[in-house]
Design a protein around this ligand. Structure first.
Ligand code: PLP
Length: 400
């Protein structure tokens, strides 16, 4: 019979995909399911970006490109980092891959030896720990509670570092919590890292453009230049430009690391799509004003969802600084019984109940390493969000 390699046998099918598949199946059976699980904007890719892709096809940019990004795209990324983040990377300190996910994968495959530790604050984006495990590293999960703003503290970081620590992975604004680190929030963590020169910092800035209430986004390489030579600054076009399907992510970092990541990529994909790279360059070089409008629309929805959830007895939702997710505590629902007599013991049970009885698909905190919580992605219409909130409220009120 078939047996998977040990490096992947520990990795289950993602909870998010499982719930998504069940929700889709229910929808096909005619159930009016509202899916608040997807991690992608409901907007379309802007036309000027699509036009750049069409032009790339017509002008014959249809061949393999340079291994880790075309010079044109790397130049656009270099300018983006200077313009928006006040960090200067040379072209050979920049790498492009098939999504930020592959950037993370390349980085871990290029740097981890068996048993090397990677500190990951929870709740975390599910792929972090799985990618570390595929690369035969050891995820060291550190629970960051809602009371601490779902942010890692300097004390927690200090306590988690061992001689085997290779990386700490931070994500601001965060998927799934929406929490973000200000310069003042980052400072104490960077001080800790300055004292531990063997620890490298990976920051995932995917949601930098989706921040609310005048939150000032910053990236660590700009705050602390002394850490720049061991920081990998990860970003991408998926979320900001509604380009999830184009599959382009990128990073800036020290030359030797970037080179090692290219070795991984050279035997995995050879290069990212030539057409998508042309589109991504147009996204970064083109007008940026629509980002503000879209963020304003996301903020409106955030306010709607947070207010709706906090009006429900037994739920507790912290106001997120960014991204398009809420991460609500549901401790008040545990121990209760559903109308059909099932007991709710975990956030997974709670989410199963919401799907089965309220026909709303959300993702349990267990998928992100911190329970009891559930994540809502509010990148969907306000009308649909309002119906979903009503259904959740009704389902919660029906628990005994
Ligand atoms: N990082 C975070 C925090 C994400 O939420 C995602 C997507 O869900 C990614 C990275 C990966 O994005 P992509 O591979 O589409 O560039």
């Amino acid at each position: 019979g078939f047996a998977p390699a040990s490096r992947i046998s520990a990795i289950g099918v993602s909870e998010i995909l499982k719930i998504g598949a069940r929700a889709q199946a229910m929808k096909r059976d005619g159930k009016p399911v509202i899916i608040l699980g997807a991690g992608e904007p409901d907007f379309d890719t802007p036309d000027h970006i699509k036009d750049a892709a069409s032009e790339a096809i017509r002008s014959g940019k249809t061949k393999y490109t340079a291994l880790d990004g075309t010079p044109e795209l790397k130049q656009a990324i270099r300018e983006k980092f200077i313009r928006e983040n006040r960090v200067s990377y040379e072209l050979d300190e920049i790498t492009v891959a098939t999504g930020a996910k592959q950037i993370l994968f390349n980085a871990m495959m290029a740097t981890l030896n068996q048993g090397d530790e990677v500190i990951i604050p929870t709740p975390y984006w599910t792929s972090y720990s799985d990618i570390v495990q595929i690369a035969e590293g050891r995820p060291v999960l550190v629970a960051c509670q809602a009371e601490a703003g779902f942010r890692l503290t300097a004390e927690q970081l200090e306590a988690a570092i061992t001689p085997k620590t290779r990386w700490v992975m931070l994500n601001s604004p965060s998927n799934p919590s929406g929490a973000a680190y200000s310069a003042a929030d980052y400072r104490p963590l960077l001080e800790v890292l300055l004292r531990h020169p063997h620890v490298w910092l990976l920051v995932d800035d995917m949601y930098e453009h989706i921040v609310y209430d005048d939150f000032a986004f910053v990236t660590p390489a700009a705050i602390e230049p002394r850490l720049k030579d061991r920081t990998l600054t990860v970003n991408g076009v998926s979320k900001a430009y509604a380009m999830t399907g184009w599959r382009i992510g990128y990073a800036g970092g020290p030359r030797a690391l970037i080179k090692a990541m290219a070795v991984v990529q050279s035997q995995a994909t050879s290069c990212p799509s030539s057409i998508s790279q042309a589109a991504a360059a147009a996204a970064l070089n083109g007008p940026q004003d629509f980002l503000k409008e879209r963020t304003a629309s996301f903020q409106h929805r955030r306010d709607l969802v947070v207010a709706g959830l906090n009006a429900i007895e037994g739920l507790d939702c912290r106001v997120p600084e960014g991204a398009f997710y809420t991460y609500s505590g549901c401790a008040g629902m545990l121990g209760k019984t559903t109308p059909s007599g099932r007991r709710i013991d975990t956030d997974t049970d709670f989410c199963a109940y919401l799907l089965d009885d309220a026909h709303v698909a959300v993702v349990p905190g267990s998928a992100f390493g911190l329970s009891p919580f559930f994540r809502i992605s509010y990148a969907t219409s306000e009308a649909e969000l309002a119906v979903a909130l009503e259904r959740i409220a009704k389902a919660c009120a029906a628990l005994r």
